[in-house]
Design a protein around this ligand. Structure first.
Ligand code: PLP
Ligand code: ZN
Length: 404
């Protein structure tokens, strides 16, 4: 068995591989412990390369043993961004484009793993608290797994953010309060129903490891080498942590040479992780979040201190672009590479731009930047910043005047 158990990331206490997520000794988060001998025996580069064109080509590294609940997430577009690179002054810029996942965000990776784990545990239902991306992904995977899904959302959530959840038949519970209130209720429900799998609560250690595939893919598509630097959008910081662990996994099994990859994070202005790294503070929760980038607006980031530690020990940095820079970055990416990313991806590109301008990334560095969601999910704020249509009467001459 490749999963040995779970371990507290703070005090190191060990636990069996069950649906638990916090340490009863110090309340630290738990992570999956793997049997690396098992993985070394079973995984080979050739087997991966022959595998499905989804994250399940890395199944030997993922914490599940049963047949996956698979909508085809992962192994998304890996783009050498020549045009954007030229504008920013980078010769070797690569983008992983997760806007083209089955439900249009990187959450499909973590959810596919978590729902598979729920199936392996024989759970009766799945659930989450969400502001949009997770809801869409979980409801679709639950439909495929033929298992009920309960999605807890904050009051007044825009219908277009939960349309996916509704169309896939999830029960969407609108909690009279904020996202934090919805999350608290979801946590209580998870405790009351131990045979339900809340993907980002009691299944969180397994769920988080789905994002390690974003590291595996970067390495595989760079010919089994590691990049010099990465730029990762941050909300809770879990994604950045997972990518870091993913590179270490590949070194451990000898698929890549060891390399000190520099980790950079990007978060909208005023949010805790970037603020702590940039201004040399500790990661303190913030209550008021004044940003249009809702998918990254987590005031109390569960993996924040670990993300800060990784950024600092690898010699990276965290940027905190303002919303206007983020919108400009979404437009720049769309115009140069033909990729329309959601605002979180704009935060990545705006952060990358600043890092280059400040001389933290060299023009010849091999850089991988992560685009984690689709632009159509956050179209409204962008619309205001685009040129209006050109209006003409239905006559050729009028059009010719436009281009004159
Ligand atoms: C589109 C998008 N990108 C990035 C993230 C960052 O995730 P994390 O909480 O793992 O830092 C999120 C989180 O919800 C997201 O929705
Ligand atoms: Zn502990």
């Amino acid at each position: 068995m490749k999963v040995v158990g779970l371990k507290c990331r703070i005090c190191g206490k060990e636990f069996p591989a069950e649906a638990i997520y916090t340490c009863d000794n110090c309340f630290g988060p738990l992570e999956v412990v793997y049997d690396w001998e098992w993985i070394k025996e079973h995984a080979t580069k050739e087997k991966i390369e022959r595998g499905p064109k989804s994250l399940w080509r890395y199944k030997d590294f993922l914490p599940v043993d049963v047949e996956p609940v698979d909508l085809g997430a992962g192994y998304t577009k890996f783009v050498k961004a020549e045009n954007l690179g030229k504008v920013l002054g980078l010769k070797n810029l690569f983008l992983i484009d997760d806007s083209v996942n089955p439900t249009y965000s990187f959450k499909d990776r973590v959810v596919s793993v978590a729902v598979t784990k729920a199936k392996e545990f024989g759970m009766k239902a799945v659930g989450c608290a969400s502001t949009g991306n997770l809801a869409g992904s979980l409801s679709a995977h639950a439909a495929k797994a033929n298992i009920p899904a309960y999605i807890f959302v904050p009051k007044g959530i825009e219908k277009n953010k939960i349309i996916q959840a509704l169309v896939h038949g999830a029960t969407v519970v609108e909690v009279d309060g904020t996202y934090d209130d919805a999350n608290r209720v979801a946590t209580e429900v998870a405790e009351e129903h131990p045979d339900w799998g809340f993907v980002n609560i009691n299944l969180r250690p397994y769920y988080a490891d789905g994002s390690k595939t974003l590291a595996y893919e970067a390495a595989e598509r760079l010919g089994w080498t590691l990049p010099d630097q990465v730029v990762v959008p941050m909300a809770s910081g879990a994604l950045l942590n997972a990518i870091f662990r993913g590179f270490r996994d590949l070194e451990r099994v000898g698929f890549v040479d060891e390399k000190d990859v520099i980790f950079n994070g990007s978060q909208p202005y005023g949010l805790p992780i970037s603020r702590a790294v940039k201004y040399g503070k500790s990661v303190e929760p913030v209550k008021k979040m004044d940003t249009i980038v809702h998918s990254l607006a987590i005031g109390n980031p569960a993996d924040g201190i670990f993300a800060k530690e990784i950024i600092e020990k690898t010699g990276g940095f965290a940027e905190d672009p303002k919303d206007e820079e983020t919108i400009e970055a979404v437009k720049l990416l769309a115009k140069t590479e033909g990729i329309f990313t959601e605002l979180a991806g704009g935060v990545t590109i705006a952060g990358l731009k600043r890092l280059v301008e400040d001389g933290r990334i060299d023009s010849s560095d091999v850089v991988v930047a992560y685009l984690t969601g689709n632009g159509l999910k956050t179209a409204d704020p962008i619309l205001e910043y685009l040129n209006d249509t050109v209006k003409i009467k239905p006559r050729l001459e009028e059009f010719e005047e436009v281009i004159a």
